[in-house]
Write a protein that binds this ligand. Sequence first.
Ligand code: B12
Length: 440
Amino acid sequence: MKIGFIALSGIRCMDPELMAAGLNLPGFVERSKVIASLPSLGLLTLAGLTPEEHEVKYVEMPDVDAPDVVASLPGPFDLAVISSLSATIKDAYRLAARYRAAGSRVVLGGLHVTLCPEEAETHADAIVVGEGEPVWREVLADFSLGKWQRRYQARQAFDLAQAPMPRFDLLQIERYNRLTVQTTRGCPWNCEFCAASIRLNPRFRVKPVEKVMAEIRRIKELWAAPFIEFADDNTFANKRHGHALMDALTGEGVRWFTETDISVAEDVALLRKMRRAGCAQILIGLEDPGAGTDGLELKSNWKARQSGRYLDAIRRIQDEGITVNGCFILGLDGHTPETFDRMWEFIQRSELFEVQITVLTPFPGTPLYERLGREGRLLEPGAWEKCTLFDVLYRPAQMSVEQLRAGLLGLAKKVYAKETVEARQRKFVRRKMEREAMVS
Ligand code: B12
């Protein structure tokens, strides 16, 4: 078969005022420029599992309604394979309809399809719920024979020791300024709002270090000194794996960025290894530096138990020369119109190198979505295109929707003002120089 792996790329925000304020991704235009071009690792992974008898192509599609796409769909393909996030699912459905009208079969999978399978099923020949690897060869074999199921779903969590090599070679490498590699899947915590890989499968797993290194070396064959983003939810949740990974990465000449939790601050030896192994920055979901985190993490209220230590933990990480991108969520149930000033004061005191502020987002299929639904607080159920982390989709507990929007915008203008950003970054550099002077 001729198979097209189609990624709906780019970033989204539906609120024009926020968009104009440059809030269209983690709050800062620079990072949005950097990461907006990341490829779909899910599709590259499935391409890596696709038997050689098939002809495969990877297509990035930033705008499914662009005149050139409408005039001439990339292809023709016997099978169009489309990945889904909530914000772009309606684009995916329109595209699927066009491919089907043109005679291609369409398979849909990914996070949104997993969270809303009944809806997705009406837009495709087949859907895959959950992780793709365990069922992908069966899907292809069935389509090759012309007899497939409407829905495929893995029975158990995929063993990352069996992970295929993603087909990085299908990419036009020069289009990208970083590439993704996955080192872990899932997260040991269960935050009410989380719409990432714990929704594909709740089990936290690590990929064997030698597999990760093989992927990195494969990338280096295509791009000598790459910048890598680990497509993980919590890279250092398993400290033993983290240490082993850092030992293996040291000396590879790779710079990288990742997401993890605040517990890295407790392991200074790991932080030192991370720095030596090329860590450029870590992103940490702090969510709120105070009482706002209460009840957020559903297993053991872990985040609420950490939040009192944030200042010290940030200092400890940054003192090891690793910059922290601290992420805060606005609109939690404990938040009032006064919260924005409290956040601002904390951000200033924290000396965080980078900051990301987003609005609480009820992604479908999350415990948060269920709860807000039960409480009658969802404003536009089904407006998946607004699941961008910047658009307000629910009625906050202690303020109006407009107060939340205005508070987000006001805080963003302060946090991302050129002089504030520069001052934050200067502080990091100054402290680094002071430390180095003390050592020498
Ligand atoms: C890298 C990344 C991006 C990249 C690349 C996105 C892409 N095309 O994959 C970029 C920067 C473009 C991006 C953009 C956005 N992102 Co993003 N991103 C991530 C990140 C950090 C990693 C995703 C990843 O690579 N996972 C690893 C791969 C292997 O997993 P996977 O893609 O899910 O694929 C597996 C399965 O889902 C399945 N599968 C996937 N697709 C298909 C298709 C078929 C046919 C089949 C059979 C199986 C299958 O098989 C794969 C292997 O098991 C996650 C957060 C995280 N830490 O996970 C957020 C995340 C996915 N992003 C998110 C969001 C909100 C966005 C944006 C809306 C932000 C914005 N405001 O613009 C945009 C929308 C992009 C778009 N155009 O659709 C949310 C999505 C939540 C949701 N349920 O929808 C996440 C979870 C972050 C969060 N804070 O919640 N993102």
